[in-house]
Design a protein around this ligand. Structure first.
Ligand code: IMP
Ligand code: MG
Length: 336
């Protein structure tokens, strides 16, 4: 692994946070840097008894030897960032690019007060849309304009590119999911930026020629929060029959749940330039697989599902998540 990007293949909340945390612990990257929109994303990382919902700091924070960066393209809410630095005890290794766009309280008010964003699109109300609008208008503030962030500023792309020159590994952590990309998703029911792998590279100032791997994360039962089309959606009752019910990390809203969407998986893998796929929630396909760490011990139902998914995606499934804990994973990346 040299430079790897991790992105969501469906509508977000595929379990990227857990996959990033696992890869970080195993591959020991020098830098883990976030792309994506901003604090509208919530990543849940469960380690033993503790569960963390992070919105600004990369989910790879559990691996203690990496620098944790926020790429230039990402919006920073200084209050959320500083709170998480404290909560996770990552001062000294958490940095934001000096040019990151800033979310001010007025952006949050505009997001929540807008009929279009709050009601029609069903935004997260975290101020991201209005802050990106101000960035495009060139009226928004940048991280270097915020005194509270002074000690956290870095030239993140420079740091990443120099690390790659030195032969170190870098993990670029995407957020959101393919279906809510401003460009490729279900417009206007989308977020305020592209969410594909190319955008994650651009957010971090890493040129396309420097990317070695793109891992796209898919969820066995995709979910969607907020409004917009969801062709494989099931009813709340059907979801309960499967024993699945989910609530958002940021907004605590109930997530809409659907069946596997092979067509979307294939299209998303294509646009993301997927080289490997991760599939989460296999314990929902077959509860007997909960916590399994050995591919050979998966049930026939689980293996059948994975081989169908692999055909749909058109790239090898190399990471299989079998439960919420960072240890509940099958990693096939080094097997022949
Ligand atoms: P916004 O990004 O807050 O403007 O919200 C626009 C749409 O994207 C809404 O439907 C949100 O629920 C959805 N959205 C934004 N970020 C995420 C995410 O990280 N996971 C899932 N949905 C998201
Ligand atoms: Mg999330």
């Amino acid at each position: 692994m040299a430079c790897t990007i991790i992105v969501g293949g469906f509508f977000g909340d595929e379990g990227k946070g857990k996959i990033v945390a696992h890869i970080a612990e195993r591959d020991r990257p020098a830098i883990i840097s976030r792309g994506g929109v901003g604090p509208n994303a919530g990543h849940t990382v469960t380690v033993g008894e503790k569960s963390y919902g992070v919105r600004m700091i990369p989910s790879g924070f559990v691996y203690k030897d990496a620098l944790l960066c926020i790429g230039t393209g990402v919006l920073v809410d200084p209050r959320v960032f500083l709170h998480e630095v404290d909560l996770l005890g990552v001062k000294g290794r958490a940095f934001v690019d000096e040019r990151c766009g800033i979310i001010d309280p007025a952006h949050i008010e505009r997001d929540r007060g807008s009929e279009h964003l709050a009601k029609k699109v069903g935004s997260t109300g975290t101020g991201c849309g209005p802050a990106n609008a101000d960035r495009a208008m060139r009226t928004g503030r940048q991280a270097k304009d915020v005194p509270e962030l002074a000690e956290y500023l870095k030239d993140v792309p420079l740091e990443i590119n120099e690390s790659l020159d030195d032969g170190d590994s870098v993990l670029i952590e995407g957020t959101q999911g393919f279906g809510i990309s401003l460009y490729f998703g279900t417009y206007p029911y989308v977020t305020s930026k592209d969410t594909s792998a190319s955008q994650m590279a651009a957010d971090n100032g890493v040129g396309p020629t420097r990317i070695d791997d793109v891992i796209v994360v898919f969820k066995a039962y995709p979910t969607r929060v907020g409004a917009g089309p969801f062709s494989t959606e099931m009813t709340e009752e059907e979801a309960q029959e499967h024993g699945i019910e989910e609530f958002g990390t940021v907004t605590h809203r109930r997530r809409r749940i659907g069946e596997w969407d092979g067509e979307m998986a294939r299209y998303s893998a294509m646009i993301n330039g997927c080289t490997q796929a991760a599939i989460t929630g296999i314990d929902r396909i077959d509860p007997d697989c909960f916590g399994c760490t050995d591919y050979r011990k998966l049930s026939k139902a689980a293996k059948d599902f994975l081989s169908k998914a692999e055909d749909d995606i058109g790239a090898p499934v190399t990471l299989i998540s079998t439960g919420p804990d960072i240890s509940h994973i099958i990693d096939l990346r080094e097997e022949p």
